[in-house]
Design a protein around this ligand. Structure first.
Ligand code: CA
Ligand code: CA
Length: 137
């Protein structure tokens, strides 16, 4: 039996959804603009509002979102959240694999890494490198 691990995609989030409605559009740009002049007291998702990543929410972020909304910008900036990896990625069972991740947190520092190898919602707190021994799938 040979175990082959799928390449896991990096998890990235679209920035710009400041109001948290699941879409990046002019409403987010207007929300930021209203927030900056004091009409709106809070931005529901401030970590998504700083689209240019300069650690400030300002009119440039609103302009980038507006440019995206009106088609003047093809893509909205993304922020990479985690880069999962495995080594080795295949081999005969039983296979011992080092799972790794290089995570990014928009808020700053990652406090804990959690892994759910069984996919059952039970998360184990471990480090950013985890060794697992896999039997046959
Ligand atoms: Ca939105
Ligand atoms: Ca910004």
């Amino acid at each position: 039996m040979v175990i082959v691990l799928f390449n896991l995609p990096a998890y990235a989030i679209d920035l710009g959804d400041a109001n948290g409605d699941g879409a990046v559009n002019i409403d987010d740009a207007l929300l930021i603009a209203r927030y900056l002049v004091g009409i709106e007291p809070v931005i529901p998702q401030p970590n998504y509002a700083d689209v240019n990543g300069n650690d400030r929410i300002d009119i440039v972020d609103a302009m980038i979102i507006a440019q995206f909304h009106y088609g003047l910008r093809a893509e909205i900036p993304k922020r990479l959240m985690a880069i999962p990896g495995a080594n080795p990625t295949s081999g005969p069972a039983p296979l011992t694999v080092n799972f790794t991740t290089d995570g990014k947190d928009p808020k700053g520092t990652i406090q804990v890494y959690r892994w759910d190898f069984e996919g059952d919602g039970n998360w184990g707190n471990m480090g950013d490198v985890v060794k697992k021994r896999k039997k046959s799938p």
